[in-house]
Structures are given as structure tokens and as C-alpha cells.
Design a binder for this molecule. Structure first.
Ligand code: PBG
Length: 330
């Protein structure tokens, strides 16, 4: 329906007043839409800023409860945990991923105790733990799919046992969602859900995140043999469908802003809970423009987040989560 032609029809009529704009708004961003990714480091008494992500810190475990307090108080539904593993704990097989007292599991236990009502999302992939920086183990110069699955399934079970509520495989190995679901069920962890990084692209926008984890320096080559090619959209549909069939409860598209077309297609086609990850590089470029006085931080932040809702996302993983929640609550 087009509505009446001018001059009977005047679309500006409903834009004239704040109250009509509010009344006819089709999409809304709320605190309930936000997931806050956080970084943890070893040691104690440490708050280490991430160079390319102003306002984002890596904190040691003794500071974690305080670090998350405001997010919990604001009612942000969930946080996503990422460990920055010291170089001396990394090896080719990523064995640190399976140590029951590694940063990830310790953080999960601590946060579950401190904030029982806060959802915990655990990243399952090996790149924080491998000295070559890849998400899996390498055999004959290739990131080996099935050998990696054997590690990821154990990693997922261990995270769930430590208190992670949502297993989020970000590795892009084939068959990982099905393998992880089966392993969780076998361990009796039937309530642990899976949010798969279903359509995850090999992207330049992960740069600041890899610096935050210390995986940038170590990364040999790129991740193009497992993460998706930026040129493809039909392939994203196949990836999402596969993951849903294998048992994903929620799916994610990543990065976010350059891939809103994918978010839209996934949301419309599968009608499954769909999330987008506004990744580190997106956050960094907005911060950089704000620092130069070229963008208004609050307005650009809220507009970018609303864009995800408009595209069809049910929620967004964003480094702006706490800042956005503050504004939305005020
Ligand atoms: C690793 C992982 C990455 C991100 C989340 N999990 C980086 C990568 O795949 O290299 C990126 C998040 C961001 O850039 O904010 N499996």
C-alpha cells in the first residue's frame, strides 16, 4: 500500500512531532537486545586497555565481578567471555582450551556464583589457545576439520560444566554444532544452548579483537579455508540451515554492519533467533571517527544498533552494550 499521493498524502505529517514519531516507530532497541563481549586476562589487579578499542579493557579474575556489576545492574541479559591467554600457555594443539582451571572456566564459575541470573556465552574455538593463532589444529599445513571437532566437543562440555549457559562455536569447522550438541547431551547437559556463529566471514574487521587476545601477532596466514568468503550470500543460507538442523538454538551473523543483508535474509528465511555481532573493527572505526570529532558517539552508537533490529536481528553482541544500556535506561 502506497498511501495517498501528494498533496493529500504528506509523509512529513507523522514526522512533525516527537510523540507521533515515537508512536509510529516500527523498531525499538532495548536493553534486552544486548550481549556484552568481555575480555579476561591472567594475573591479579590487572586492567589492561585494548589499544584500538577505547573504553574496552581486559581484566583479571579478581576484578571480574566488579567489571560486570554495572552490566548486571542495568539488566543486560548476557555477557560473552573471551580469554587472553599468555603466550607461554599457547601451543600448536591448543591444549590450554581443555585445562579445567583455564581463564574461561574460572571466569564462568566466578560469574555464575556472583550473578546467577546473568547469561554466560562461551566462545568455542581454539584461536585463543594456539600458538599459530588458528581456530583449529593443523595437519599437513591445513586446519584439520575432524581432529579439531574432537577438541571442540570436549572444550564445550567443559565450559558448560563450569557454568557457561550458551555455547557459541566461532570456529567454522564443518559439523561442529551436531558434534557439540551430541557431546553436551551425552554429558547430561541438555539445558545448555548453542548459539552458532553460523555465517562467519573471513573479515578484516576482527583486527582489534585479535590484538586484544594476542592472537594477531601469532596468526600464520589467514582464515579463508574455514571462514566464509565476503562475496557469498547463498552460502550463508546453507551454513545457517546446516547449523539449525544440527541443533543450533540461535544463529549469528558476523561481522555486523557490512553484512546486514545477510542478517535480513537469515531472519526472514529461517525465523529462528538471529543475532548479529558488531565486531571489534566496527567499534574501532566508530570510536576513531568520534575521537576526531567527526561523529557524535551516542547518536552513531544508537543508530548502528537500531540498524541491526531493523535488519531483523533479535539481538546484538556489541562492545557498546553497557554504554547503550545506560542511555536506554535513562
Ligand atoms: C575467534 C573469534 C574472533 C572473534 C570472535 N571469536 C576472531 C577471529 O575469528 O579471528 C571476533 C570478534 C571481534 O572482532 O570483535 N574464533
Amino acid at each position: 500500500m502506497r498511501g495517498a499521493d501528494f498533496p493529500a498524502g504528506r509523509p512529513r505529517r507523522l514526522r512533525r512531532e516527537g510523540w507521533t514519531r515515537r508512536l509510529v516507530a516500527e523498531h525499538r532497541l532495548g536493553v534486552d537486545d544486548l550481549i556484552w563481549p568481555i575480555f579476561i586476562v591472567e594475573g591479579s589487579g590487572r586492567t589492561v586497555p585494548v589499544a584500538a578499542m577505547p573504553g574496552v579493557d581486559r581484566v583479571s579474575l579478581d576484578r571480574l565481578e566488579g567489571h560486570v556489576a554495572e552490566a548486571a545492574k542495568l539488566g543486560i541479559p548476557a555477557v560473552a567471555l573471551f580469554p587472553a591467554t599468555p603466550a607461554e600457555r599457547k601451543d600448536a594443539e591448543g591444549t590450554e582450551a581443555l585445562r579445567p582451571d583455564n581463564l574461561m572456566c574460572s571466569a564462568a564459575r566466578l560469574l555464575k556464583r556472583a550473578y546467577p541470573g546473568l547469561g554466560l556465552v562461551g566462545d568455542v574455538a581454539l584461536d585463543p589457545y594456539t600458538d599459530h593463532g588458528h581456530d583449529g589444529v593443523i595437519r599437513d599445513g591445513y586446519v584439520a576439520n575432524d581432529d579439531t571437532l574432537a577438541v571442540l566437543t570436549r572444550q564445550a562440555v567443559q565450559q558448560a560444566q563450569a557454568g557457561i549457559d550458551v555455547i557459541a562455536p566461532s570456529d567454522m569447522m564443518d559439523g561442529r554444532v551436531g558434534a557439540i550438541r551430541a557431546a553436551l547431551d551425552e554429558a547430561g547437559l541438555i539445558h545448555t544452548s548453542i548459539m552458532s556463529y553460523a555465517a562467519k566471514y573471513a573479515s578484516a574487521f576482527y583486527g582489534p579483537f585479535r590484538d586484544a587476545l594476542g592472537s594477531a601477532k601469532s596468526l600464520h596466514g589467514d582464515k579463508k579455508t574455514y571462514q566464509m568468503d565476503a562475496a557469498n550470500t547463498d552460502e550463508a543460507m546453507r551454513e545457517v540451515e546446516t547449523d539449525l538442523r544440527e541443533g543450533a538454538d540461535m544463529v549469528m551473523v558476523k561481522p555486523g554492519m557490512p553484512y546486514l543483508d545477510i542478517v535480513r535474509r537469515v531472519a526472514e528465511r529461517f525465523e529462528a533467533p538471529t543475532f548479529a555481532y558488531q565486531v571489534s573493527g566496527e567499534y574501532a572505526m566508530m570510536c576513531a571517527a568520534v575521537e576526531r570529532g567527526w561523529l557524535d558517539r551516542e547518536r552513531a552508537m544508537l543508530e548502528s544498533l537500531l540498524g541491526f533490529k531493523r535488519a531483523g536481528a533479535d539481538g546484538v553482541l556489541t562492545y557498546f552494550a553497557v554504554e547503550a544500556a545506560r542511555v536506554l535506561r535513562s
